[in-house]
Design a protein around this ligand. Structure first.
Ligand code: EPZ
Length: 416
């Protein structure tokens, strides 16, 4: 198993270009199986989760081919609607194959999904949402069976603005008879990107980015080209890395409107941030002030996917901080690893209380999941001495080559 070996104490300076977003690409790939012609996803980022999703599409009979940094998908030969556990257990995004499969084939058989171990990750909102569209659903022997002679547009009220459930229901209703309205929908930028992809292929969706989405059923989708949005979580991770290590970096190919909650918190803590077109500049020359209270919330609130990274920053800021994780019940696993690095932190259920220390010190730690693995990389860069991070395969699920990006800014990370 690969590890990272990090020499700490470096500051970050220079520029990095942010790739297209994992959490935009994954639902778009799922949706591509509904298309009636060849789809080209441009500037695709080959995270391991993306490669895995492409494997699932090939398993279902799609023809897929990477050409330079584009992915060509011909979904027409696909004739399967069953995804076995060997394919679903690794990634959460397999769950939102349900909607596209039942929309295209009238049925679907998908094994329960896997994904980051950050909580129970229930799928009740997906199931209830699809049932509201006249989809018959049974769960047995570890599989979810869906059947719908015809999907009928209806009203779906989500108890929680679930990203995946919103995406699943949006896709399931594209060919529905009549109009579907999704209330209390998730408002993440990736939802809007999925709407734009569906419409580019001939669908009729509006309202994504607000809490009410309307889908007017169409007979089919065509094909075409599409470029997904930039990855706001990677951009946020690198901003927090610079805030933690000190230095001056610029991030290109960003959309800062997708990171307003983070930018506000980083400015509050003393970062100098400038925003110009698709570039974010951040400069930090001193130890930052702690953020007294940080709560994760659905978009546009502070994103749970940047919570671990922000926790690291708080462990070395001036003062105390309370962090509350409202989205996932076990997203503080990183704290045991931070204790090894000298962090002064107490965790109780969904709350972490942090007293900032002057510096962390290097240690041997293990990445519990994708985003806390990225957080540990930031901790290693800031720590005094050397840090080894085990199980870095988690990090490759959502970062193309985190060490290449950060080393180009002056970090000293070796993948072994
Ligand atoms: C998506 O996961 C993202 N993954 C996650 O990013 C992200 O953390 C999450 O949204 C929240 O923003 C992808 O887009 C592939 P949810 P998802 O459904 O769809 C509860 C990363 O690091 N819930 O919005 O699984 C659930 O328990 C990953 O890139 C139900 O109760 O998240 C959680 O408390 C990690 N029932 C809350 O909703 C359901 O049926 C948010 O989950 C579904 C969800």
């Amino acid at each position: 198993m690969s590890t990272f070996y990090i020499k700490g104490g470096t500051t970050l300076n220079g520029s990095v270009t942010i790739p297209s977003a994992k959490n935009a690409i994954l639902p778009i790939l799922a949706c591509s199986i509904m298309c009636g012609d060849v789809v080209t996803i441009k500037s695709i980022s080959r995270f391991s989760d993306v490669d895995y999703m492409v494997k699932i599409l090939s398993e279902l009979g799609c023809i897929t081919e990477f050409q330079d940094d584009n992915l060509i998908i011909d979904p027409r030969p696909s004739d399967k609607y069953c995804i076995p556990e060997e394919y679903t257990k690794k990634i959460r995004s397999s769950i939102f194959m349900l909607g596209p499969l039942v929309a295209r084939f009238g049925k679907a058989k998908v094994a329960y999904p896997g994904g980051c171990n950050i909580g129970s990750r229930p799928i009740d909102l997906h199931i209830k949402g699809l049932q509201s569209l006249n989809v018959k659903i049974e769960e047995r022997h570890g599989f979810i069976y869906c059947e719908a002679k015809n999907i009928v547009g209806g009203e779906v009220h989500l108890d929680f603005p679930s990203v995946g459930a919103t995406e699943n229901i949006m896709m399931a209703s594209v060919f529905g008879k009549g109009t579907t309205k999704i209330y209390n929908a998730a408002k993440e930028p990736e939802i809007e990107d999925l709407q734009n992809f569906i419409n580019a292929m001939g669908g009729k969706v509006k309202g994504a980015g607000t809490s009410t989405i309307e889908v007017v059923g169409v007979n089919k989708l065509g094909g075409g080209e599409y470029t997904p949005i930039s990855d706001r979580i990677i951009a946020g991770t690198y901003m927090i890395a610079c805030a933690s290590s000190g230095g001056k970096i610029e991030l290109n190919n960003t959309n800062y409107t997708h990171n307003t909650a983070l930018i506000s918190k980083l400015k509050q803590s003393g970062c100098n941030i400038k925003l110009k077109n698709d570039t974010i500049y951040i400069e930090v020359g001193h130890r930052l002030k702690s953020i007294s209270l940080l709560e994760t919330l659905p978009y546009p609130g502070f994103p749970t996917d940047l919570q671990s990274q922000m926790l690291i920053l708080q462990t070395i800021s001036k003062g105390s901080s309370m962090i509350i994780e409202n989205l996932f019940e076990t997203r503080f696993k990183i704290f045991t690893e931070l204790k090894k690095m000298g962090a002064d932190i107490i965790v109780k259920d969904r709350m972490a209380f942090v007293n900032g220390v002057k510096t962390l010190y290097g240690a041997s730690v293990t990445a519990p999941d994708l985003r806390s693995g990225a957080g540990l990389v930031i901790a290693g860069i800031c720590a005094d001495g050397y840090t080894t991070i085990n199980d870095i395969y988690h990090i490759d699920r959502g970062y193309l080559s985190i060490e290449k990006d950060l080393n180009s800014l002056g970090a000293d990370i070796t993948r072994t």
